[in-house]
Design a protein around this ligand. Structure first.
Ligand SMILES: Cc1ncc(COP(=O)(O)O)c(C=O)c1O
Length: 302
């Protein structure tokens, strides 16, 4: 694990607002941000249970799939990825995430979207056990109790100076960990990367406090959806701060926070901590899509 640090964002904001970003993306080149946190205790548990195979679920550009493939290889596990979309089976070469996962030893099973929806059903999991043998199940997005325990380690004692802690939300595991290790006087704000009202209920399963809220205005049309404004924002933010953001999660969250600062959502002198949850591996895949749509691509280096 590389060390994580809090980086001051040197942009002048109104009302003496200060913005700091926790560079969890720098933890590890391939198991970055919340992926590292979520897998830490799960991989230990898989070893305790003497499992030699990890099985998990994800979409075509999933950060989680890439991280499980790499972490599994490093720790001596076989890995199986159940991938949403049976049309993808012959498109691995053109998909940087799947290619990376396969190069790191992951075996794929491509399933239709209908079948993918059965991912938590016992009968579907039994079918997978008959096919692949015994495995340690890492749920989609990696979220379970052990993942939340890992995410509780993101905030440290020094972070108690912040009034707000902001993060992107997919399955709700990361924000749950942040809530559990936050101080009562801090407010945890989650920015869902997808549409839907179900997330609050998911978070309530794991979160032990009420000092949080979701801000659902910055999903840009839904999971994986982007537009020119978002791409230009991410590129301008990188130019100004040298902090790369991913277009699926952290880019939308940081866009939202800065937009809300402009709208005076935060009281004067607020100290805001943004959690950089990684996800940068997804940029190559997004750039392929952006080129096809004749949109500008995301810039990640000078
Ligand atoms: C980069 C990144 N940030 C944030 C999230 C959201 O985390 P969670 O699913 O725990 O809500 C994800 C998805 O897991 C992610 O890949």
């Amino acid at each position: 694990m590389n060390s994580v640090f809090n980086q001051h964002i040197s942009i002048d904001f109104p009302n003496d607002i200060s913005l700091i970003i926790k560079r969890e993306d720098l933890i590890h080149p391939f198991v970055s941000g919340n992926k590292f946190r979520k897998l830490k205790y799960n991989l230990l548990q898989a070893k305790v249970e003497k499992k030699d195979t990890l099985l998990t679920f994800g979409g075509a550009f999933s950060n989680h799939i890439a991280a499980v493939a790499f972490a599994g290889k490093e720790q001596g596990f076989k890995t199986i990825g159940i991938i949403r979309g049976d049309e993808l089976f012959d498109k691995i070469e053109g998909n940087p995430t799947l290619k990376f996962a396969q190069e790191n030893g992951m075996q794929f099973e491509f399933v239709s979207r209908e079948e993918y929806r059965l991912k938590s059903e016992i009968s579907f999991l039994e079918k997978l056990k008959n096919k692949f043998g015994d495995f340690y199940l890492v749920p989609e997005g990696g979220t379970n109790e052990l993942a939340v325990k890992g995410c509780e380690e993101i905030l440290t004692d020094e972070d108690s100076v912040f009034d707000y802690v902001c993060c992107a939300v997919g399955t709700g595991g990361t924000i749950s960990g942040l809530i559990n290790s936050s101080k009562e006087n801090q407010k945890i704000l989650g920015f869902p990367a997808l549409k839907g009202d179900f997330l609050k209920d998911e978070i309530r399963i794991f979160a032990k406090k009420d000092n949080w809220d979701l801000i659902s205005d910055y999903h840009f049309g839904g999971y994986g959806k982007v537009n020119l404004e978002l791409i230009e924002f991410i590129n301008a933010f990188f130019e100004q701060t040298k902090v790369p953001l991913d277009p699926i999660y952290t880019g939308k969250m940081v866009f939202g926070v800065i937009d809300l600062i402009g709208k005076k959502y935060f009281p004067a002198h607020s100290k805001i901590l943004l959690i950089h949850t990684g996800g940068l591996q997804g940029i190559d895949g997004m750039n392929i899509k952006l080129k096809q749509k004749k949109l500008p691509i995301l810039i990640t280096n000078d």
